[in-house]
Design a protein around this ligand. Structure first.
Ligand code: CAA
Length: 257
């Protein structure tokens, strides 16, 4: 891997992926996105990993898709490269995925953070969809996920002006889960991951899938989907263990089986 670093045993059951193109503010070129897709797939299949944290560095989570790589492209080049099929694969990650964001999360960087399940931000994080300033518009889910996350009026303003919002504004808008001092953002994201990693990995996957369903369907269908996953949880050893441990007044030992 050239543009990312992967540690599948960063902390107990928690894996860490670092975007690593610091000179380019982690601009998301095709190779980086391919590496990220492959790493997430491998971690999804790694039984020891229960939660994944994705981060950049203090200055940038990611400053967007690589503008230099896109600059000379035609519509047909873009169609043929089909970079967004990589994003579709990333979205299919079954395990909880937490973005630890400091500095710039712009364009594709903001979209990548929103593709994760939760965002922990440093107080210096800046979010935005500035594509309009370079004559295009968001293409990796920005107009859809941002609108669902913060509402039409605010999303419209960000997408049409390209302006950035601070971490505190993002918190107030409901885009991020928490804002912490810059020196603590990774630790805070990992702490959240460790908390989730203590739960049943089976239940976590089913619950993640069900929450995401709320974005994609109407209420009746979503409730139906939730119910099926709820019943499926009863096929797991973790359900037996979780409920038995409650009755026996002890901490459950979940195995992901
Ligand atoms: N693509 C390619 N290179 C980028 C980049 C990007 N998105 N963002 C930054 N870089 C590069 C710069 O070109 C620069 O490289 P050089 O030193 O070789 O010139 C280096 O990273 C450092 O950047 P700056 O000197 O610009 O740093 P700054 O602190 O002055 O400004 C910034 C930081 C405000 C983030 C500015 O770099 C910027 O505006 N970047 C572009 C943000 C953007 O428009 N993102 C959307 C991209 S399009 C997209 O994402 C489409 C989609 O929906 C998928």
């Amino acid at each position: 891997m050239e543009f990312i670093q992967v540690n599948n045993q960063y902390k107990k059951h928690v894996a860490l992926i670092n975007l690593n193109r610091p000179k380019e503010l982690n601009a998301l070129n095709l190779q980086l996105m391919g590496e990220l897709r492959d790493a997430l797939k491998a971690l999804d299949e790694d039984d020891n990993v229960r939660v994944i944290v994705l981060t950049g560095n203090e200055k940038a989570f990611a400053a967007g898709a690589d503008i230099k790589q896109m600059a000379g492209k035609t519509a047909i080049d873009m169609l043929n490269v089909d970079q967004f099929s990589t994003w579709d694969q990333i979205k299919k990650t079954k395990k909880p995925l937490i973005a630890a964001v400091s500095g710039f999360a712009l364009g594709g960087g903001c979209e990548l953070a929103m593709t994760c399940d939760m965002i922990v931000a440093s107080e210096t994080a800046k979010f935005g969809q500035p594509e309009i300033k370079i004559g295009v518009m968001p293409g990796a889910g920005g107009t859809q996920r941002l609108t669902r996350a913060i509402g039409k009026a605010r999303a419209m303003e960000l997408v049409l002006t390209g302006k950035f919002i601070s971490a505190d504004e993002a918190l107030g808008y409901g885009l991020v889960n928490k804002v912490v001092p810059t020196e603590m953002y990774l630790e805070a994201a990992v702490d959240l991951a460790l908390e989730i990693a203590q739960m049943s990995p089976v239940a976590a996957k089913l619950a993640k899938e069900s929450v995401n369903r709320a974005y994609e369907t109407h209420l009746d269908e979503g409730l139906h989907f939730e119910r099926k996953n709820f019943y499926l949880a009863f096929a797991s050893e973790d359900q037996t263990e979780g409920m038995k441990a409650f009755v026996e007044k002890r901490k459950p030992e979940f195995t992901g089986k």
